[in-house]
Design a protein around this ligand. Structure first.
Ligand SMILES: [Zn+2]
Length: 165
């Protein structure tokens, strides 16, 4: 059955969750600063499903004080606490750039979560105009400041919409 439908994507999100989360990121930028969120969810045999955007500045209010992401790692405990309480986990993170979706040197060298296999998404243009896979950056941490770039895989890597479980 799965062969007929092709390889499942690594990441999944419902259209409504993705639209609401990215619209909120866009709103928080006020077109003058970056914004970002932990993407919380669950991993099953058919990929990881995003269930919630946990916004960086809700955990660390000073995160964007200088306009770019500078998340205080000491606040990560609150994120793990949230995950413990809900039985979910951080399956990816997302942040917004003013311009293109390529990784900055800081993005490559300072992953928010430096675990091999962790996925970092980057939305271009302050997340304006409904960003979707195919037009966003999708990077997988390989360790030692190295990343796999999945951006061109588009919806084969990250499916927004329905996937038959
Ligand atoms: Zn960045």
């Amino acid at each position: 059955m799965s062969a007929a439908r092709g390889k499942p994507p690594r990441l999944l999100a419902s259209s409504s969750l993705w639209a609401a989360g990215t619209a909120e990121l866009h709103r928080r930028t006020e077109r003058v600063r970056e914004a970002g969120a932990f993407l919380i969810g669950r991993t099953g045999p058919r990929g990881s499903r995003i269930e919630k955007f946990l916004f960086y500045d809700d955990v660390d209010p000073t995160c964007f004080r200088r306009g770019i992401v500078e998340f205080d790692g000491r606040k990560l405990g609150q994120v793990w606490e949230h995950c413990r309480a809900t039985g979910a986990k951080v399956i990816a993170d997302v942040h917004v750039h003013p311009g293109g979706y390529g990784q900055s040197e800081s993005d490559r060298h300072n992953p928010i979560i430096a675990a091999v296999g962790h996925i970092a998404l980057i939305l271009p243009n302050f997340a304006a105009g409904r960003p979707v896979p195919g037009r966003i950056g999708m990077y997988e941490y390989a360790g030692s400041r190295q990343w796999f770039d999945h951006s061109l895989e588009g919806r084969r890597f990250f499916r927004v919409g329905v996937w038959p479980w």
